[in-house]
Design a protein around this ligand. Structure first.
Ligand code: GAR
Length: 209
């Protein structure tokens, strides 16, 4: 068994995709042992509770110091024995101490084809607004390892999704989730849990599709 902690900030549809995949046996040896939210009351917490997964809330604003916040997160992750940490719509930026504590063990889903529309300030609907403003005809989603550069870690999987005439940010977000994110994230988690992702510098090599 490989223990997974999922960090969330919102609706938790990507968390749901992971829960459903685990139930269907599609995460390999991966088991979600903890869901940590960046704020109380988010729907992702309800999804976790319904699935019987222990939850906690660690909010940045409850800590005066970024280092204290980082330590609280690290303690919680160690306490649940997390071997893989999945950022599934987690909108706080992780400090270096957290990233250093779990090298190449934190993965994130981003709703665009990195290196487009990524980095500081690009999250949630803002990503899709930027894609529509630029007029790209193709966008998509990326799962990548987390390093100290926002959205800058080694890319694991990407999937393209077409932009359609008349798209709104909300419509595009829904299509990217349905056609890319909800498949890509469980797939990347399974590959990680089965030991099929090798990292060389900033490049990953997948030993099976
Ligand atoms: C998802 O689209 C995810 O890719 C995005 O937030 C949404 C969360 O939805 N993440 C980012 O923008 C990270 N930079 P969810 O809570 O329903 O999974």
């Amino acid at each position: 068994m490989l223990k997974i902690a999922v960090l969330v900030s919102g609706g938790g549809t990507n968390l749901q995709a992971l829960i459903d995949s685990e139930r269907a046996g599609a995460l390999g040896p991966g088991k979600i042992v903890k869901v940590i939210a960046s704020r109380a009351g988010v729907y992702a917490l309800e999804r976790a509770e319904k699935a019987g997964i222990p939850t906690s809330v660690i909010a940045r604003r409850d800590f005066t110091d970024a280092a204290d916040y980082g330590r609280a997160l690290i303690d919680e992750l160690h306490a649940c024995g997390a071997q893989l940490i999945v950022l599934a719509g987690f909108l706080s930026i992780l400090g270096e101490e957290v990233i250093r504590a779990f090298p190449n063990r934190i993965i994130n889903i981003h709703p665009a084809l990195i290196p487009s529309f990524c980095g500081k300030g690009y999250y949630g609907l803002k990503v899709h607004e930027a894609a529509l403003e630029k007029g790209v005809k193709v966008t998509g989603a990326t799962v990548h390892f987390v390093n100290e550069i926002p959205d800058g870690g080694a890319i694991i999987l990407q999937k393209a999704v077409p932009v359609e005439e008349g798209d709104t940010p909300e419509r595009l977000q829904k299509r990217v989730m349905e056609q890319a994110e909800w498949q890509l994230l469980p797939q990347a988690v399974r590959l990680f849990c089965e030991g099929k992702i090798k990292v060389t510098g900033n490049i990953t090599h997948i030993t099976e599709g």
